[in-house]
Design a protein around this ligand. Sequence first.
Ligand SMILES: NC(=O)c1ccc[n+]([C@@H]2O[C@H](COP(=O)([O-])OP(=O)(O)OC[C@H]3O[C@@H](n4cnc5c(N)ncnc54)[C@H](O)[C@@H]3O)[C@@H](O)[C@H]2O)c1
Length: 456
Amino acid sequence: MARRIAVIGSGYVGTVVAACLAHIGHRVVGVESDEGKLAQLSEGRAPFHEQGLDELLSAGVQAGRLSFTSEVGPAVSESDLTFICVGTPQGPDGKADMSAMEEVARVVAPHLRRPHIFVNKSTVPIGSGRWLSSVIADAAGDHKVASLVRVVSNPEFLREGTAVTDYLHPDRVVVGADDALALEEVIEVYQPILDQSFSGAGSRGIVPLVKTDLMTAEMVKYAANAFLATKISFANEMARFCELVGADIQTVTAGIGLDRRIGPRFLSAGLGWGGSCFTKDISAMIATAGEYGYQARLLEAVMGINSDQRHLVVEKLLRHLKNLRGARIALLGLSYKPGTDDLRDSPGLDIAQRLIERGAFVAAYDPVVREVPNATGVRVVRDAYAAASGADALVLATEWPQFVDLDWRRVRAAMDGELLLDGRNCLDPVRAAEAGFVYEGIGRRMAARPARDEAA
Ligand SMILES: NC(=O)c1ccc[n+]([C@@H]2O[C@H](COP(=O)([O-])OP(=O)(O)OC[C@H]3O[C@@H](n4cnc5c(N)ncnc54)[C@H](O)[C@@H]3O)[C@@H](O)[C@H]2O)c1
């Protein structure tokens, strides 16, 4: 049955949630406080790059099932359920900054007249469900209002770049609540996704449902991100071993990934993860553990290894170029991963800044990122060849598929130097050498020399 749903926060998650819930038949109002984003959304356009999202947005808006507003109160009071998708960025103490969520709670409080279900999709510290009821009651100035608030945790696992597909065809749906009726109500909202019965779903089979209590659902999200991040840092530690002993990480990860107990995904050695989630969520876990007097040593190591991978590029450049002052570096890739224009905690941008701090000049190209904050000092150029022009070395920071198919001889011809640092191990070292590069990846068996050296 179609429900009236408010989705608060129309960022990377909220916009996808709103568009997809409208697509499966619900009547959705998305709430967004940023006027610029709101104007684009109201025209059925996403304020960021995400495959397939514009189509869903415009279809929803045209069908009259999807609208956007800046008014939280009316959106909530006219809905059966409210999905909360505001940001929970990392605060200065490592914990999640809950101020946006607190603001939402305070704004909705005066509008609550009857029981209402709040579905929490933001990643929040364990125990935030109960906290939300208390903040709303506190803001309403009436402790009885807490009894109107039903909180359901429904963590989101979508990946930017494939967010629409991930939301409509998830590996699982996790819902947790201490109120059985509220839980069933949210499961009802998801029924078209759970049984893949919405229009155009195809025949992918039933989606598993994990039904649990509030705290456990909140914990599932953190544990999932912690595990994925651990896999990445594990691969990167193995890449360090490979560099030390002369083995090849690509073959090592292929060799272990074929073991079904391990699996091949999230085992790519390189510059490590970026994006808005892993670093902040793992920092929040470490901070939470600390509050209980527990030291999350594995997670601390996972974070440390990830940070070291970014420094590794600087070390490699220093080893080859000896001095970075005045060096011209071409950077390919600014978004934290392919398929998105999201720059949050982007390894490419971070590395660029580390290089600029050491006196280097960085010219960067990214297929979708057209500008970066001026303060970074990075010059964004129109294509890979312009980035390479006059460069002493080139760093590939994001594995956009189109980089593999570049005319690498032309890239090399544009450069002054011959060093190609493949921070994502996505290029063929032999082809790079044939194009005239000194190629170096992360944990690959050997640095490939240009073809002319081999012939000599
Ligand atoms: N981005 C991801 O890939 C991803 C995946 C899973 C979970 N998450 C979690 O989802 C949450 C949201 O992440 P995001 O990447 O979408 O963040 P975001 O910053 O892109 O979006 C948050 C949006 O909420 C809006 N907002 C803030 N306060 C508001 C208010 N009071 N009223 C209306 N709008 C308001 C902001 O303007 C912004 O557009 C976070 O907790 C994050 O950890 C993110």
